[in-house]
Design a protein around this ligand. Structure first.
Ligand code: PLP
Length: 369
């Protein structure tokens, strides 16, 4: 079965490890195991007694219970755990989408959200976040793009790459449109709890009976090496997903399960640490961009990335490649997210390197562009 190349992954795999100033990352400074056990005050020795068996097949009770507390009035039967959010999204698509289904996707977004449904035979309709609407959508456009044939509406909230946070009112309207057409909603919430102002964000799983939330340890918890994803949804859909899951997961790593359970018990402490890092990066980015005339940002409300437009005739691959070769600054071309004339910039890496990279970027803008 053919599938389109995952352009972000191809770009990052090629250049990320040789970049002096890597601004492609969407992660916040990752924990080492030592830092993790220090901040959570857990006894590391307990891990030494963990049997390395399959563990509980759909995730330990402790992990599923803690994950269910991310949502309102949900229990372990509303949760299944997966190999990262990428595994979570994949399982949702596999469980729901059949050839000929219509799927509506709000873009730009993680390419998996449309390339996998397309591979499964869905007809994709796109609704664009618009820079003139501060990277929000025209809700009437969404209304036109959803029909009784629509199986699923997909978006990320906060959005990767634009940093859009959908307001309660927007979420309500999206749910109304879905309900009217009896469509599911998959909201990829891997950047949840990283809003830059008013850090309360409702989950789609709490707003809609056919709402499915995917989440993971990678962004909000700085534990991308712990390959734990979470799906939260209605009990029937979780049962259906688990039937597919048996064929491609069995169980997740027992060690990952254990660490993720501890992370969730220390949610507030970890989010506090991470939100400070996000806000520091955001401030450094906004201070820089204020002084640059050849790049522009129209909004930044949540998450770890900004989507930035540039003034230049080059396409975004050539723009990013030239910048990278001349300065060591690595950005993600907008075309890798099927959105030209922009680049994605992750601002939550090491801040000393980030600030130095921005100075190099300014020099390049001044001398070259
Ligand atoms: C929107 C979005 N969804 C899913 C993923 C995959 O996350 P995970 O590491 O949990 O598989 C990413 C990774 O960058 C992402 O940005």
């Amino acid at each position: 079965m053919k599938i389109k190349p995952f352009k972000i992954e191809e770009w990052m795999n090629k250049y990320e490890h040789i970049a002096k100033y890597d601004m492609t990352t969407t992660c916040i400074k990752s924990f080492t195991l030592r830092e993790f056990f220090e901040i959570t005050k857990e006894n590391f020795d307990k891990i030494l007694d963990k049997p390395l068996d399959y563990g509980d097949i759909t995730g330990s009770q402790r992990l599923k219970y803690n994950a269910s507390k991310l949502y309102q009035q949900k229990d372990e039967n509303n949760i299944t755990v997966t190999l990262g959010a990428i595994g979570a999204n994949y399982l949702v698509f596999l469980s729901l989408i059949e050839k000929g289904d219509e799927v509506t996707v709000i873009i730009p977004t993680y390419q998996q959200h449309y390339s996998v449904p397309e591979q499964l035979g869905a007809k994709i309709r796109f609704v664009k976040l618009r820079s003139d609407l501060k990277w929000h959508i025209d809700i009437e456009e969404l209304e036109r793009a959803v029909t009784p044939k629509t199986k699923l509406i997909i978006f990320s909230n906060p959005n990767n790459p634009c940093g859009t946070v959908f307001s309660d009112d927007e979420l309500k309207k999206i749910v109304e449109i879905a309900r009217k057409n009896d469509a599911y909603i998959l909201c990829d919430e891997v950047y949840r709890y990283l809003n830059h102002v008013n850090n309360i964000q409702k989950s789609i799983a709490d707003l809609y009976e056919k709402g499915i939330s995917t989440f993971s340890m990678s962004k909000t918890f700085s534990l991308a090496g712990v390959r734990v994803g979470i799906i939260c949804g209605g009990k029937r859909i979780i049962r259906r997903i688990n039937r597919h899951r048996q064929y491609n997961t069995i169980s997740i790593s027992a060690l990952d399960d254990y660490i993720a359970a501890i992370a969730l018990e220390n949610k507030d402490t970890i989010i506090d640490r991470n939100l400070k890092l996000v806000m520091e990066g955001r401030e450094n980015l906004l201070n820089w961009i204020k002084k640059e005339r050849k790049v522009s940002i129209s909004n930044l409300e949540g998450g770890t990335t900004a989507f930035i437009g540039y003034e230049d005739s080059k396409n975004s691959y050539d723009y990013c490649l030239e910048l990278f070769r001349q300065t060591g600054v690595l950005l993600l071309p907008g075309d890798a997210m099927d959105f030209p004339k922009h680049f994605r910039l992750g601002f939550c890496g090491n801040q000393a390197d980030f600030k130095e990279g921005l100075i190099k970027f300014s020099g390049w803008l001044r001398d070259t562009v």
